[in-house]
Design a protein around this ligand. Structure first.
Ligand SMILES: Nc1ncnc2c1ncn2[C@@H]1O[C@H](COP(=O)(O)OP(=O)(O)O)[C@@H](O)[C@H]1O
Ligand SMILES: [Mg+2]
Length: 330
């Protein structure tokens, strides 16, 4: 290059310009590279959205024109549940988790469910809310087949305290009453019943913050908050209450208080998955689950008396004596 300059074939200025641009070109190429790599990563998100839109079956409709209007507002005013030979699997290709569950639950009965971890207790409660659809069989509540209902029509009538407390980021008020239809007084009443009043007061009241996943409350307190929410939603008559190891993170004393609240404040049909057999001893009937089947379904006294019953074995493990007599309890 120097030679061409010396030879005066090209102007020195032009050469300088060429060199400057040549250096800049590397930068530009680098940037092109970086941008195209970026676009490629971002296209993964597009791919994912596409997979959700085309590959995941949508949930059933939330309301069904016709049915939603026909369903009585007071449904389920009795709360009689018929479960007929229900089988369920979580996805195509997975084994069935419920293998022919049949239960006839009378209006207002209090039913306990026990069984080893993984035997399908939580899965059974999910089918009552249609979080997972049935493979075969049917469930009806007060003679309405759940399969014909819109999901909102069904779910807004069922109160549940789930195994993992479902808590939303927001305020205490939002978690108890997301649609803002209850008065402050009602909210404080249910908080008091759930033993949370002083905790919420010291946190700053109904509009104090609940962090993501309820991070600023203990698991036990979150379970109590779910109880308060369930108390708020209970119907004047009938209704359904589902409890899935709802008090597992509470100490025995608080558990006892909560069981008492559930007994006195909910007159509706109650299905309780319990880890403490003690809580089920005064229930009307207990279903023992094993590998997605009901192996025993009778009153706790009858099951405790039967030498060979699985309930008796579970009760013994839980420290309940086999000759427990509910009449002697109170
Ligand atoms: N979301 C899910 N997807 C696939 N399998 C699941 C899911 N939830 C639970 N299972 C399986 O279903 C079976 C029953 O689980 P679950 O009903 O939670 O038992 P339990 O509440 O009696 O301990 C287990 O084998 C579990 O692995
Ligand atoms: Mg469970």
């Amino acid at each position: 290059m120097l030679f061409t300059v010396v030879q005066r074939q090209v102007e020195a200025g032009l050469i300088g310009l060429a060199i400057t641009y040549a250096l800049r070109l590397t930068d530009t190429l680098n940037q092109v590279n970086r941008e195209s790599a970026d676009r490629e990563t971002q296209m993964v998100s597009v791919e994912r959205v596409y997979a959700y839109v085309t590959g995941v079956a949508p949930e059933a409709p939330l309301r069904i024109v016709g049915t939603s209007q026909q369903l009585p507002r007071s449904w389920p005013s009795r709360g009689a549940i018929k479960v007929d030979n229900v089988t369920m699997r979580y996805r195509e290709g997975l084994p069935t988790v419920l293998n022919g569950i049949t239960l006839d639950i009378k209006a207002g009965e209090r039913i306990g469910i026990v069984g080893r971890t993984g035997c399908g207790k939580s899965s059974f409660l999910s089918t009552l809310l249609r979080l997972v659809e049935l493979q075969s069989g049917a469930i009806s509540v007060d003679d309405w087949d759940l399969a014909v209902l819109g999901l909102h029509d069904l779910r807004e009538k069922v109160a549940i305290i789930p195994q993992d407390p479902a808590i939303l980021t927001g305020t205490v008020r939002f978690n108890l009453d997301p649609f803002s239809v209850k008065s402050d007084e009602e909210l404080w009443t249910v908080l008091e019943k759930s033993q949370l009043k002083s905790r919420v007061e010291s946190a700053g009241g109904l509009d104090s913050k609940v962090e993501e996943g309820g991070g600023n409350y203990s698991v036990g307190e979150l379970q109590l908050m779910c109880l308060a929410r369930a108390l708020l939603r209970r119907q004047a008559t009938g209704g359904l209450l589902l409890l899935d190891e709802a008090t597992s993170a509470l100490d025995a004393d608080t558990d006892a208080i909560i069981q008492e609240v559930i007994r006195s404040d909910f007159s509706c049909t109650t299905i309780t998955v319990a880890h403490r057999i003690q809580t089920l001893l005064d229930y009307d009937r207990v279903a023992v689950f094993d590998a997605g089947r009901v192996v025993e379904f009778d009153s706790p006294e009858v099951l405790l008396k039967r030498e060979t019953s699985a309930f008796r074995a579970l009760a013994r493990e839980g420290g309940v004596s086999a000759d427990y007599c509910p009449a002697a309890k109170s």
